[in-house]
Design a protein around this ligand. Structure first.
Ligand code: PLP
Length: 370
């Protein structure tokens, strides 16, 4: 066999998949582990979504509706946009892919921050585009440096807002100022995967930017059902954008990209205000509780606008991660992201939060960190 894969593909480092929880349990000889590593919703999926999916299972022999008509209508209503401004994806990941496919040609540039969500850069590599990577400044997107790095070949700028992993937020004023300094030819993609956790008055008004876009670049917002709605396993995300952009993205997507259970489940979840409100309330309470406890253990807890936060454990984060694994608590070491002493944890249920604090306390003592 002789493979002729292009260099840009061969050079891609695959997204680190993470082991299945069962496999980790076997490897570490533990049971009943808890996972606070992937910013999922610990309170489970919307019960209404589960029930709706259960009911539709006997219809699995049919193709789904290629336009996701009802789900698109419901999302448009929910975010106060028109259905033509919505593009659905197999997770918001897929909408990122559509944007890169539709706008980036080999040699074009895309600006991202480091650290931030890893997938932007991978899609750019697949397309043969060039990644311009700007380091965060003090945990925030460095908007000045991004403006300076923008060239005639820049097609897209990805900003995860809140940022993953730092949980920081761009203020409205700073964002407006940033937009005014960019050429109209770039598209600014605000990845708002965690925006549900952010207070309304701190959010950027996407709809008005899509409506009144004269003299400023186009803005696209990316949203997901994976976090606040607890449907990460179903894979549904969407983008809100000018209809001219949406029309281009529809040309690069497969006709049935949103599967049948996903369409039915997400639609039912949108109608489950109780589950959504409960998730918001318990997440906020959990964040306050965990922050206090982490500080009391002598670690630095960073403030957060979302359902996860960074902790400076004042010692090697990966050693601590391993030590906590043996106690059945799975967190994320931030060493590979350039923060050797930090872990990132997702807010869990009350019981999970308590187990996390107990395991953290024991591991810090065993390792002599604080
Ligand atoms: C910033 C950010 N964007 C996008 C995603 C992907 O979301 P989805 O599950 O909708 O593909 C994640 C997932 O962790 C994320 O952290």
């Amino acid at each position: 066999m002789k493979l002729l894969a292009p260099d840009n593909i061969a050079e891609i480092v695959p997204y680190p998949p993470g082991k299945p929880q069962d496999e980790l349990e076997r490897e570490y000889g533990i049971t009943e582990s808890i996972k606070l590593a992937s910013n999922e919703n610990p309170f489970g999926p919307s019960p209404k979504a589960v029930e709706a999916i259960r009911k539709m299972l006997t219809g699995l022999h049919r193709y789904p509706d290629g336009s996701s008509y009802y789900l698109t209508q419901a999302i448009a209503h929910w975010v106060d946009a028109t259905p033509e401004q919505i593009v659905l994806g197999n997770g918001s990941n897929e909408v990122i892919e559509f944007l890169v496919k539709a706008f980036v040609q080999p040699g074009d540039e895309v600006i991202t921050s480091h650290p931030s969500f890893l997938m932007y850069q991978k899609f750019v590599q697949i397309r043969g585009g060039r990644n311009t990577v700007i380091n965060l400044r003090q945990f925030d997107h460095d908007l000045d440096a991004i403006v300076e790095a923008t060239t005639k070949r820049t097609r897209l700028i990805f900003l995860d807002n809140p940022n993953n992993p730092c949980a920081t937020l761009i203020s409205r004023d700073k964002f407006m100022n940033f937009l005014k300094r960019l050429p109209e030819t770039v598209i600014v993609v605000l990845d708002e995967a965690y925006i549900d956790f952010v207070d309304q008055e701190k959010r950027i008004d996407i709809n008005s930017l899509i409506r009144d876009n004269v003299g400023i670049p186009a803005v696209v917002s990316l949203r997901t059902f994976s976090k606040a709605f607890g449907l990460a396993g179903l894979r549904v995300g969407f983008g809100i954008m000018h209809l001219d952009i949406a029309s281009l993205l529809h040309r690069v997507r497969q006709p049935f990209n949103i599967n049948l259970p996903a369409q039915i489940g997400a639609l039912a979840a949108l109608d489950d205000q109780e589950h959504y409100d409960r998730t918001m309330k318990l997440t906020k309470e959990g964040l306050v509780w965990l922050t206090e406890k982490v500080k009391a253990l002598g670690c630095k807890a960073y403030s957060s606008h979302t359902n996860f936060f960074l902790i400076d454990v004042q010692g090697d984060a990966t050693t601590l991660y391993e030590s906590m694994l043996y106690k059945g608590v799975i967190v994320r070491s931030m060493k590979a992201y350039g923060f050797p002493n930090y872990i990132r944890i997702t807010i869990g249920t009350n019981d999970e939060n308590k187990r996390f604090i107990k395991a953290l306390k024991d591991s810090l003592t065993e390792l002599g960190y604080v």
